[in-house]
Design a protein around this ligand. Structure first.
Ligand SMILES: Cc1cc2nc3c(=O)[nH]c(=O)nc-3n(C[C@H](O)[C@H](O)[C@H](O)COP(=O)(O)OP(=O)(O)OC[C@H]3O[C@@H](n4cnc5c(N)ncnc54)[C@H](O)[C@@H]3O)c2cc1C
Length: 251
């Protein structure tokens, strides 16, 4: 499906700090909300930004005329976004990129950190997805409450053992896939987590998709700054991705 890309100013209808340094921004963007698919992302900057480049952020949900983004304040661009309030305007380009495979009957979503954001949109749209989430500590599992209304099952691991199993989320994956309940894995998070998810899913012959995060300039395939080598040749993460088949990617 060819997505229609819109460059538009959008009003912030809500901006909330979920935990220290992580924000949920909801935008009035009817055209994008109607056409966006799970896996798509936006290029975003404050309308009166000091930064030249927009920053890529995955769409976390689309409801009615609104879309939401869940983002961590990292550097200059996201700090400018975090200062905005309800009623302020952002400049957005989207929806961009390809989308996840929604044909799985019983998908298992594997997410770490902010990688859970685009997976939320998937869980919301699919309604039969289970989620395996991971974070360093229990405060990073604020996602559990957000996913609850949409996810069929939620499995949790934290590195310090303060919530769920102790360790990395992917350590739970072999047992879950061995059950034979899941017909697809969709992973988004740090590269080492996704690499492990791909290796394990392939071991159990379950199809796996990953959503890659690379620095990008334009988001439209023109600047080539997000180009990567894959098993199927050179690809642009912004245009050919961000979603790739697990076996395509050289981690
Ligand atoms: C498809 C996609 C989806 C994402 N979704 C989310 C999400 O849902 N939530 C979330 O928290 N994070 C997400 N990220 C990560 C997010 O984009 C970064 O955290 C953000 O861009 C950091 O920007 P910053 O200005 O705050 O930080 P900085 O590290 O200061 O900014 C990055 C710096 O790199 C520069 N830069 C950016 N692109 C290039 C380039 N191509 N070449 C050279 N320099 C460049 C910028 O100008 C900037 O100075 C996503 C990334 C991608 C690619």
């Amino acid at each position: 499906m060819v997505l229609r890309k819109t460059l538009t100013d959008a009003e912030i209808t809500e901006q909330r700090e979920l935990i220290a340094g992580v924000f949920k921004m909801t935008l009035h963007a009817p055209e994008i909300a109607r056409t966006a698919k799970p896996g798509n992302f936006l290029q975003v900057k404050a309308a009166k930004a000091n930064t030249l480049l927009r920053r890529p952020l995955g769409i976390a949900d689309a409801e009615g005329d609104n879309i939401s983004l869940i983002y961590r304040k990292i550097g200059k661009g996201t700090a400018e976004l975090a200062e905005l309030q309800q009623g302020d305007i952002v400049s957005i380009l989207g929806a961009l990129g390809n989308s996840f495979d929604e044909s799985f009957k019983n998908p298992l979503l594997v997410g770490g950190g902010m990688g859970l954001s685009p997976l939320l949109f998937y869980a919301q749209a699919h309604k039969n997805a289970a989620v395996l989430m991971g974070g360093r500590t229990s405060s990073e599992i604020f996602w559990e409450d957000i996913f609850k209304p949409f996810a069929k099952e939620i499995f949790i691991a934290t590195e310090d053992g303060s919530k769920g199993e102790k360790g990395f989320n992917v350590a739970l994956l072999p047992k879950l896939l061995k059950s034979g309940k899941y017909d697809g894995v969709i992973a988004c998070g740090p590269d080492p987590m996704m690499k492990k998810a791909v290796d394990i899913a392939r071991e159990y012959s379950v199809p796996v998709e990953v959503s890659l995060e690379r620095r990008m300039g334009c988001g439209l395939g023109a600047c080539l700054s997000c180009a990567i080598d894959t098993a199927n040749g050179r690809k642009k993460v912004c245009k050919d991705g961000p979603v790739f088949k697990g076996e395509e990617v050289f981690f």
